[in-house]
Design a protein around this ligand. Structure first.
Ligand SMILES: [Cu+2]
Length: 499
């Protein structure tokens, strides 16, 4: 074991954060063993895709899970450690896992290209790449397994994380239904859903409209239908989870009096966006999507699907502090509680008094990257129109529906700009694989915004992003609302001569 990887570097709070009991010397021995097991050249970390049972609203639910070598969800890597992982598929069905926001070679990205098919049940697939530090997550990109909680945190610690005397708390959000993902999707695409939306004429036309889906004009015409209003929350979920639990029985994280906490918030929901509410506390946003930002302070932050926010909190002396997340357009909320030892934890209602407003770009406007792109003119600009509608339920990029798409071609060395214009009544959380991008314009107004991997394009709004083409391959570029993705809102960003 190298001198500098020993347990001496772990502060008391970090040991606390690792979930190990802090009494006596046993935790130090455990930490030492963990560090030794992760020396370069040692065996890969074992990550198991499997199934598990949660109890939600008092009822058992069979869901998927991604479990690390310590038996906990996901993976936490030490500074400098490679992402050297054996993914063991014990899910009883094929799967494929994407390391969201990470920048691996494209064949390790976990997207179902013809060259990178799903992992059959019972098989193991190995990964080995240099990860980037920050708050990331992993989720299945196979079918709709993400809705069945085939998702987990992926935390890559930096050297600064190890130096800082603070407790790390991961809070991962989910939306949950007792119905299967197929039933949820059928509820949106079937004729019944259009009738429920109160538009009989559209329902009657659906057969013909569906047959004409490859022609963008069909959906364009539907989008102009009168009486449409902004749409939020396509799915009526049974519960919203924070670290797999509802507010009826929230996770209580023990904190130190006057302690400092790094809260790593991950929106792992399939199609729900949240307002994070720190309640009596205020915090400093130090990173979004794993990338450091110049810190705005606040106590309420919007979190679109697939995005992450790292918030630094200084806790008062003693007490219990709920960290809540309320679904946009709804009263429903979920969360965890930070509480010092012995502090009473009050019961928290699962619904707030009022509906939360739509998640917006109020925070995005204030964000400024610590490591922005060097100023440079674009070598290529791609314009992408986001289109679609609730009835018929189908969503497109430049009038095309996955997999029948024309790739956006880019070349190594180029500065690429993608201008997204949203013609629909829904916001779309857009995610680019294999690259981090900088937000460079919102609704036509230039800014030097955050560097990140997922950005919300508001209904009827536009967002431009810029990035350096430095990772040759085939890369998915898509809306991270699972139901928009499943009904077409995916395209490809592609480098030439990729086999
Ligand atoms: Cu979308």
């Amino acid at each position: 074991m190298r001198e500098n990887r020993g347990p001496a570097l772990l502060s008391r709070r970090q040991i606390l954060a690792s979930g190990v009991a802090i009494a006596g010397t046993i935790p130090l021995l455990k930490s030492a063993r963990t560090a030794a097991a992760r020396e370069p050249g040692n065996a890969a970390l074992r990550l198991t895709a499997g199934s598990r049972t949660l109890v939600v609203n008092g009822k058992p639910a069979r869901v998927f899970g991604l479990t690390g070598p310590d038996g906990k969800p996901g993976l936490t890597l030490s500074p400098g450690e490679r992402f050297k992982v054996d993914l063991v598929n014990q899910a009883g069905t094929p799967t494929l896992v994407h390391w969201h926001g990470q920048l691996p070679p494209w064949k390790q990205d976990g997207f179902p290209w013809p060259q990178t098919p799903p992992i059959p049940a019972g098989d193991t697939q190995s990964y080995d790449y240099a990860p980037i530090a920050g708050t990331y997550w992993m989720h299945s990109h196979h079918g709709m397994q993400e809705q069945s909680l085939m998702t987990a945190p992926l935390i890559v610690r930096s050297a600064e994380d190890m130096r800082a005397d603070r407790q790390e708390v991961v809070l991962m959000l989910h939306d949950f239904s007792f119905r299967t993902p197929d039933e949820l999707l059928a509820g949106l695409t079937g004729p019944q859903s259009a009738m429920l939306k109160g538009n009989m004429a559209e329902a009657m036309n659906m057969g013909a409209a569906s047959m004409g889906r490859k022609k963008s004009g069909t959906v364009d015409a539907m989008n102009m239908a009168p009486g449409m209003t902004m749409d939020l929350n396509d799915i009526d979920y049974d519960a919203f989870l924070a670290n797999d639990r509802t507010l009826a029985d929230p996770e209580i994280v023990r904190t130190e009096p006057s302690g400092r906490v790094l809260l790593r918030l991950i929106n792992g929901a399939s199609s729900s966006q949240f307002w994070v509410d720190l309640g009596a506390l205020s915090g400093t946003v130090v990173a979004v999507d794993g990338q450091p930002v110049r810190p705005p302070r606040g106590s309420r932050f919007p979190l679109a699907v697939a995005q992450r926010i790292d918030v630094l909190l200084d806790l008062p002396e003693n007490g219990s502090y709920p960290i809540l997340a309320q679904v946009e357009g709804k009263r429903a909320r979920t969360g965890i509680v930070l509480a010092t030892s012995g502090a009473p934890v009050l019961h928290l209602a699962m619904e707030a008094g009022e509906n939360a407003p739509p998640v917006d770009l109020s925070l995005e406007h204030r964000l400024e990257a610590v490591h922005p792109l060097a100023p440079r003119a674009a070598d290529v600009t791609h314009r992408v129109v986001l289109d679609g509608a609730m009835a018929p339920y189908a969503w497109s990029m430049n009038g095309e529906y996955w997999p029948n798409v024309t790739p956006l071609m880019i070349e190594t060395g180029q500065r690429v700009v993608i201008e997204m214009t949203n013609h629909t009544m829904m916001p779309h959380p857009m995610h680019l694989h294999g690259h981090t991008f900088q937000v460079v314009a919102i609704n036509g107004a230039p800014l030097t915004g955050a560097v990140r991997d997922t950005v919300l394009v508001p209904n009827k709004g536009s967002v431009a992003i810029a990035f350096n083409a430095d990772n040759p391959g085939r890369w998915a570029f898509h809306c991270h609302n699972l139901y928009h993705m499943m009904t077409g809102m995916v395209t490809e960003v592609r480098y030439p001569a990729i086999i």
